[in-house]
Design a protein around this ligand. Sequence first.
Ligand SMILES: [Zn+2]
Length: 276
Amino acid sequence: MSEIQKKVYDALIPANENLEVLTKTFVVDGYKVVAQHNPARAVSSGAKLDKATIAKRKCFLCKENRPVDQPSVIYNENFEILKNPFPILKKHLTIPLMRHERQEILPHIATMLDLSKDLPDFDLLYNGPKCGASAPDHMHFQAVQTGLMPLDEKSLSEFDIVDGEIRNFGRKCLVFVGSDKEAICKQYRELYNKLEIKEDEWEPRMNIVAHYIPSANIWNVWVFPRDKHRPSYYEQGRMISPGVIDMAGILVFPKPDDFEDVDESMIRQIYKEVSL
Ligand SMILES: [Zn+2]
């Protein structure tokens, strides 16, 4: 086991981690989607993320605003690995940059792949600033135990993939696979450069999942190009604010009524609206 992963287990992962959430499983157009009722996520899903609100609040990812005794593991002198206080899945980590800089993937895509190689039990996750990140002003990744999201329950060969894109998935998703880190970064940058950057934003909207498989010495990197930040259901009062875990097949509903009402057509509509 890698040195870093061992440190993460020792310092951050409770031996008997218990995560009690209600779930309902759907198969929508051939793909599994899990709806999860997780009231603790209301803070994140309902967060106001306009510039004024962000400028006024204390950044919860900066070290000086975090609990003094919160354990952490330093990664490459740049990132700090922490336990996520509001987990969606077991072994849910938050990995902020150790400087207060805006959420931005391009300078850190290679680090994301390095992190996933050093944490092979985990999926590394990235939310763009308008795609589920609850701190768009502070660069951070997340990580969760691998194999728990519908996206990575299956092997890639079970998906219908044409020219790097998963077909009939209900949401846009591209996949990069390989053992050459530089080649994956290059492919990723080419995709990035093709995508539009919306007015007043600094990068194309997207979510990313990266996982490294040691036995095969390959990375799987899934990219979800995004359109809307939140689906129209949000404006109608439903609390649903999709980030990377939602895109990977676990839709989080903090409010009981929304969880009660969720059905296949709602799931279809959410993915359609937030995907490019
Ligand atoms: Zn900060």
